[in-house]
Design a protein around this ligand. Structure first.
Ligand SMILES: [Zn+2]
Ligand SMILES: [Zn+2]
Length: 216
């Protein structure tokens, strides 16, 4: 279906962005912390991960969270522009690593009912298809609709996230890739990874569309 570019309204044919806007997208090229993808000098492990290592083992981000990625993420989430999910999946590209299953960040049932879809599922779906790694939706759920994390300090975020997820998967020594749209504090991803590891996962990696510069 022909459509106009999300950013400049030039003709973009079957793409959500025109060629000129695609060429100007910011890529996360600077080396970051291998564990949480926070920008660090020469890709060293960041201070937060050294002092209090999160439950996940690695994080990869396709973009820094800033203009125009923020606009596109919001358009997918709140304006139901589902073509952007496939676009983000292409930006993430080939999965680097050996994964047994893909788990999209679960959305609480109330939010799912409001929005009608889980953006993380829509981003994960084409990745699962192209990689052949199965995407798992049943058996892992967000059971607490947690308040916004943004205004909370680290300790408060951790307690806020406690028991936010429930997982019934048997993950005996499995390697899990978690997909999410935006990583901000990393508290949700940390809590989910903790839950997956409690079920036996050997390794949990995150792959996100965009990483904010905020500390973990
Ligand atoms: Zn454009
Ligand atoms: Zn880190």
């Amino acid at each position: 279906m022909p459509q106009d570019c999300f950013l400049c309204a030039a003709r973009s044919y079957d793409q959500p962005l025109c060629a000129a806007c695609r060429a100007e997208l910011p890529a996360q090229l600077a080396p970051g912390c291998p564990i949480c993808a926070l920008p660090t000098p020469s890709g060293a492990v960041c201070g937060h991960c050294l002092v209090a290592p999160p439950a996940f083992d690695a994080t990869r981000a396709a973009f820094d969270y800033g203009f125009p990625i923020d606009v596109l993420v919001q358009a997918l989430k709140y304006r139901h522009r589902l073509s952007l999910a496939a676009f983000f999946a292409r930006a993430i590209g080939e999965l680097k690593g050996d994964f047994d299953l893909i788990v999209p960040m679960p959305l609480h049932a109330r939010r799912l009912a409001e929005r009608g879809f889980n953006q993380a599922v829509e981003i994960a779906r084409p990745l699962a298809k192209s990689s052949g790694v199965p995407m798992v939706l049943a058996g892992v759920a967000r059971v607490r609709d947690t308040p916004s994390q943004a205004s909370l300090g680290r300790a408060a975020r951790v307690s806020n996230m406690r028991a936010a997820f429930a997982c019934e998967l048997k993950l005996d020594r499995r390697s899990v890739l978690v997909i999410d749209d935006v990583m901000t504090t990393g508290a949700s991803l940390d809590a989910l990874a903790r839950c997956l590891k409690a079920q036996g996962a050997r390794r949990v990696e995150n792959c996100v569309v965009a990483r904010t510069p905020a500390a973990l």
